[in-house]
Design a protein around this ligand. Structure first.
Ligand SMILES: Nc1ncnc2c1ncn2[C@@H]1O[C@H](COP(=O)(O)OP(=O)(O)OP(=O)(O)O)[C@@H](O)[C@H]1O
Ligand SMILES: [Mg+2]
Length: 288
């Protein structure tokens, strides 16, 4: 995104299109994500956010959709391999899927799924991995982490599964995490704890975060760059601090529907202590 950044982008895409059969779901999308950046993709339901996120991570099921791009590269290497699940051991890109239920392994316990990734990535003993998994679930606002670890995904609530998916996707310390609506099933405080976990990872590890949301407030609060999609197209692409200077009518519509963030100060809310240290103020006076 950052055009002044002269280093090689972590992820670069030029003129990407996705077709589901005859339906043109993403049209001519181009963007860059650099190390340490937090980029948000925002847009209404059906605008193509998930499709773009899946395509960027190489996760589009080739039986369902066709991805074409003039260039789609990760660390300068073309992305060609389609996958359908979170890569459990491949360092690089991982994804928090919008639909946690179909993306988690239904048979294994949550604990074994998280510790499996932790042990591969960090060479931890079983006991150390288990302790680390509990620590990470705690940071995501999971109160009874040991109980959750012993459960299978189907035994958990949607919000709990979403956090489990975040824990798995971050356990491998990916260089790029694509998180599709990572807080949609969560209440405000737990959602904030989850966003802090995700952005904390970006801040500490120089990892990049590409998160998908329909929530412009979340963009203002947690993104460096905002990509606005409308009917399959990227219609606006700007630094989050410049959101109040957005031009496209759709972005203006999104902004005008938000209660003013400076009057509804999110920092005033009681927030679960995730242990995160980096916190940025909510953009004041969003929308003017
Ligand atoms: N597997 C598929 N086959 C056919 N059409 C699809 C498929 N997946 C998505 N679409 C269509 O592509 C368009 C974009 O869908 P997508 O899921 O990317 O939107 P989205 O912006 O993520 O929406 P939401 O906010 O509801 O998650 C929609 O019109 C959707 O119906
Ligand atoms: Mg979606």
């Amino acid at each position: 995104m950052n055009v002044e950044n002269s280093t090689q982008p972590l992820l670069e895409v030029d003129h990407l299109d996705v077709h589901y059969g005859g339906f043109h779901a993403v049209k001519d999308a181009s963007l860059r994500v650099y190390e340490g950046e937090r980029v948000a993709i925002v847009g209404e339901s059906g605008s193509g956010k998930t499709t773009l996120g899946l395509a960027l991570g190489g996760f589009i099921d080739t039986r369902l959709g066709t991805v074409t791009a003039e260039r789609l590269a990760y660390r300068g290497m073309p992305l060609t391999q389609p996958h359908t699940r979170i890569p459990r051991s491949v360092p690089g890109i991982s994804m928090v899927f919008q639909d946690a239920m179909t993306s988690l392994d239904p048979v294994s316990t949550v604990g074994s799924q998280i510790t499996g990734v932790l042990r591969k990535t960090h060479a931890l003993s079983r006991r150390a991995a288990s302790a680390e998994a509990i620590r990470r679930l705690d940071a995501l606002g999971v109160r009874d982490a040991e109980f959750v670890m012993a459960s299978r995904p189907g035994e958990l609530s949607g919000g709990m599964r979403q956090r489990v998916m975040v824990a798995i996707a971050t356990a491998g310390d990916p260089a790029l995490l694509i998180a599709d609506e990572p807080t949609s099933a969560l209440d405000v405080n737990i959602g904030l704890a989850t966003m802090r976990t995700l952005t904390g990872m970006a801040d500490e590890g120089r990892a990049a975060l590409l998160f998908i949301t329909h929530d412009i407030e979340l963009c203002a609060r947690f993104a460096d760059y905002v990509v606005v999609m409308y009917r399959g197209e990227i219609v606006e692409n700007l630094p989050a601090r410049d959101l109040s200077r957005a031009q496209h009518p759709y972005t203006l519509g999104l902004l005008s529907s938000v209660p003013r963030l400076d009057s509804a100060d999110l920092d005033e809310l009681p927030v679960f202590d995730s242990g995160a240290t980096t916190e940025e103020p909510v953009i004041a006076a969003i929308g003017g």
